[in-house]
Design a protein around this ligand. Structure first.
Ligand SMILES: [Zn+2]
Length: 453
């Protein structure tokens, strides 16, 4: 289920040789080199283990000589590091293991959610160079007040990363809602109470007045982090992001499904019972009214601003209301997920956000409904498991989604002009007046839903 056909994702990317033919005889030498650079860098970044030039030649279909030349460019551009050579079992020169460079180039992830704001800087190797989080209650907050605070966190993270010698490739903002772009309008973030608001207040804070900022749905971005954390080959799963709201992201073959507008994944507003409780969206009986964090806490008789650990503790000591709240929430999740599974034939569910630590307490209730309602249940193993991408996955995924753009188009970020990397400015921030570098051919290869500033 790939929204943009075979060209729309990294996983479906064809081998370089056939891609060159499809590009036609008019494809310029530099465009082909740019494409092949991306192909090589992607394989190095996505590999679970360090790869050699020989591995890359096999994986890309390029010749050893071409791969070597491209790797040299990526090493010069400080996108790839060479480790100490390791002796081969067979005859020949020792292989040089290649890994994504540490600390040289970072994506900035930003997140505004109902109970926290956060910013982080992550490098190509996946290391977090800096992170800032502020926990508070941001329900019914004003974006014009909250976004400058978030910008301040981002500013400190950028300063920390650049202070360690890293260059900033761009930023991405994760929001729990439906968003067009940073310059507005924000369509709807019901739990923040944001609707038809302008997000440009973020761009009043330096350095976000010059750094490109994109925006995407938090569940889709959390799924990007989960794909990376799983290190599985082209995984397919539904990522369920449990917070006050509930987001969903459909990952098919390692690619996040975007929908026509990038608005897919509003799992929290799937109807569980048309006669159910009122929802913040204006409808009744949405999944969120049973299984959102506020609903779970209320049903358990706990204050909504307590951490989810309070619910876990109550359930572990056998508190009846807590156990009933989890049973009710788990049943509702199972009902909603069974519709999803009947529709898509994807039978793996990854529970993220607050559901990750609650998985053991929810999974039997979810599975009970799946067994009853999914038509194919007798023949497939319906796998419901906790996410491995950790807390704040959307914020991490936001930073990683920026880095995907670098990986897709290393030349646009300096790999074809390695000499320029010695200059202190590093990667030029995309000019606000001009289309960002990633808006061209590279944009279709990114793995998260995005809009541009
Ligand atoms: Zn709703």
């Amino acid at each position: 289920m790939n929204a943009r056909g075979t060209g729309g994702n990294a996983a479906a990317r064809t081998k370089a040789t056939s891609r060159a033919h499809s590009a036609g005889a008019g494809a310029s030498q530099s465009a082909m080199r740019e494409h092949n650079l991306g192909l090589v860098l992607e394989q190095i970044v996505d590999a679970a283990e360090p790869v050699s030039r020989a591995d890359l030649a096999v994986g890309t279909g390029l010749t050893r000589a071409t791969v070597s030349a491209l790797v040299d460019l990526l090493v010069s551009a400080r996108m790839v590091d060479e480790l100490e050579p390791v002796a081969r079992r067979t005859a020949g020169r020792p292989a040089v293991p290649l890994v994504p460079a540490r600390g040289t180039i970072v994506g900035i992830g930003l997140e505004a959610n109902v109970d926290y704001l956060g910013a982080c800087a992550i490098d190509l190797a996946g290391n977090v160079l800096a992170e800032e989080v502020v926990e508070d209650d941001f329900r019914h907050s004003a974006p014009a007040e909250v976004l400058p605070v978030l910008g301040g966190l981002g500013k400190r993270v950028v300063a920390a990363a650049t202070g360690q010698g890293a260059r900033v490739a761009g930023a991405c903002l994760a929001l729990p809602g439906i968003v067009d772009r940073v310059s507005g309008p924000l369509r709807l973030a019901p739990n923040l109470g944001w609707a038809d608001d302008d997000l440009s207040a973020l761009r009043t804070v330096a350095p976000f007045d010059t750094i490109g900022v994109r925006v995407a749905n938090e569940a889709n971005l959390a799924a990007v982090a989960e794909i990376r954390a799983q290190h599985a080959a082209r995984p397919s799963f539904l990522y369920v992001s449990g917070e006050v709201g509930i987001g969903g992201a459909l990952v098919d073959g390692g690619v996040v499904f975007k929908g026509a507008h990038g608005w897919s994944g509003e799992l929290g507003h799937v109807t569980v019972d048309p006669n159910g409780p009122d929802c913040t969206c204006g409808a009744e009986g949405c999944l969120e009214t049973y299984a959102g964090k506020d609903s779970l806490m209320a049903a358990a008789g706990l204050a909504r601003d307590l951490p989810v650990e309070a619910l876990i503790e109550a359930a572990r000591r056998g508190d009846t209301r807590a156990l009933e709240a989890l049973a009710r929430g788990g049943r509702a999740l199972g009902i909603a997920l069974s519709s999803f599974m009947n529709l898509t034939d994807i039978n793996e569910v990854v529970l993220g956000g607050i559901y990750s630590p609650l998985t053991d307490l929810l999974v039997d209730h979810i599975r009970h409904e799946l067994d009853r309602r999914v038509l194919t249940a007798p023949w497939v193993d319906m796998n419901v498991k906790a996410s491995v991408s950790g807390t704040r996955a959307a914020m991490s995924g936001a930073a990683l989604s920026v880095l995907r753009l670098v990986v897709a188009s290393p030349g646009a970020w300096g790999a074809l002009e390695a000499e320029s990397w010695s200059e202190p400015e590093g990667i030029p921030a995309p000019d606000a007046a001009a289309p960002p570098a990633w808006q061209g051919a590279a944009a279709h290869r990114s793995t998260a839903q995005e809009e541009h500033a």
